[in-house]
Design a protein around this ligand. Structure first.
Ligand code: ASP
Length: 412
């Protein structure tokens, strides 16, 4: 019997978790399988993004089309992230997980080990790479995207005879990269087995109890956004059954959960959105790579709720104006966060700074949040990636593309 990929991935995850419970030592022995898989995924990302965006943008044609597509894409990113922030804001004010929080001193973790992000202006400026080759070499995804869009657009301005060879080169290179991607993706069940084993072993600890309510608040917010807001938006904008989309993206979600990285999931997201939802490469290659680092609904929700949680725990009453500042900087922080594990947590410093909460006690709480971050990070990455995939479909639909979900039971 030929099992579908997402079932194989789920089985890999379940076996990984089981092994971690039965024998943590054995689980740590298989963890390198996860590392190998992550290395393979990372190997694919830069060349895949570059060829995909260049070929995609060059195929879009003129600047009017590109401008319209860009406008819609950014509108989608911002509206969905803002909706997520509203959900987080409402829940953290209703549940109030920080009020009366006590964390024992010895449970605190030194936040000095955390790398601090630069300022918002810095982050925005870094989108322009000084050297595109160095940006590619250091995995600076936004820099690569910026250059690829520019380059792809330049191809559209060339006379046909000049444009043709370079366009067909990048189209073929992209096809070849998709072949590499397929090969890597087929190893996903083994990879997630290793990743989940380690994740489960390194979780645990009494801290979970101390900040349980905080975790419940974030998880509840993510669930509402994932199961209510996004499906409703999907239905309103495409008039299709959201279940079709969620079913088609099952493997993508499992992968986002296992890797905690939107960037590492990107190869699979691109593949699934094109093959299973029927979105053209032109649109998916524009919306998805950028979405994997710019559009992070789960992270945006987390930044907002996380900072208000810290304020509650420190007994600081944020005024309406300050909460507004939190909302806006949470949005910026989610845009600036890279699509890698725990990137969102580090960005929380930007939001804290914006409302002037910079005491050592606040930073110590960020340390506590780091200690329990893994499961939340897994979940918010699922939300981030799901929102990207819905964005690609919604925009394809608005451009008149025919969506093409497989009928139940017929996808592989
Ligand atoms: N890990 C998340 C992602 O890659 C970012 C975050 O830490 O919130 O989407």
């Amino acid at each position: 019997m030929k099992l579908k990929l997402h079932w194989k991935i789920f089985i890999g995850m379940a076996l990984g978790a089981l092994l971690a419970f039965v024998s943590p030592a054995a689980a740590m022995k298989v963890a390198p399988l996860g590392d190998i898989f992550m290395r393979l995924l990372k190997m694919v990302i830069v060349p895949l993004i570059f060829t995909s965006i260049t070929a995609g943008v060059a195929g879009i044609g003129d600047s009017r089309n590109l401008g319209r597509l860009g406008g819609k894409t950014f509108l989608y990113y911002i509206v969905t992230s803002a909706l997520a922030i509203m959900v987080g804001l409402a829940l953290v004010n209703i549940i109030q997980p920080g009020v009366g929080l006590v964390v024992a001193q010895e449970q605190m973790i030194n936040p000095d080990d955390l790398e601090q992000p630069g300022s918002v202006v810095d982050i925005l400026m870094r989108i322009i790479p000084i050297n595109p080759v160095r940006a590619a070499a250091s995995g600076d995804i936004l820099g690569v995207i910026f250059f690829a869009i520019f380059f792809g657009f330049a191809i559209t301005r060339l006379p046909t005879a000049k444009a043709k060879p370079v366009l067909s080169f990048f189209q073929s290179a992209f096809e070849a990269m998709m072949q590499v991607t397929h090969a890597v993706i087929s190893l996903a069940p083994i990879g997630v087995f290793g990743l989940i084993s380690r994740a489960v072993v390194s979780m645990g600890g009494e801290l979970f109890q101390a900040v349980g309510l905080y975790m419940i608040t974030i998880a509840a917010g993510l669930t509402i956004h994932f199961l209510v807001i996004l499906p409703v938006l999907f239905f309103l904008l495409t008039r299709r059954n959201p279940l079709d989309h969620y079913r088609a993206m099952a493997a993508v979600m499992a992968m986002a959960f296992s890797t905690s990285s939107s960037s590492a999931t990107l190869p699979l997201t691109l593949d699934a959105v094109e093959k299973k939802a029927g979105v053209s490469n032109k649109i998916s290659s524009f919306v998805l790579p950028m979405g994997s680092t710019v559009n992070m609904d789960g992270t945006a929700l987390y930044e907002c709720a996380g900072v208000i949680f810290i304020a509650q725990a420190l007994g600081i009453d944020l005024t309406f104006g300050q909460q507004l500042v939190v909302v806006i900087t949470a949005l910026l922080a989610s845009i600036g966060a890279a699509g890698v594990p725990s990137a969102g947590l580090v960005m929380i410093f930007i939001v804290l700074e914006a409302v002037g909460i910079t005491t050592p006690a606040a930073y110590a709480l960020v340390g506590v949040m780091l200690a329990v971050d893994r499961p939340l990070d897994m979940f918010r990455t699922v939300v981030n990636v799901t929102s990207d995939s819905i964005g690609a479909v919604v925009i394809a639909h608005s451009e008149g593309e025919q969506l093409n979900y497989p009928r139940m039971g017929s996808d592989s």
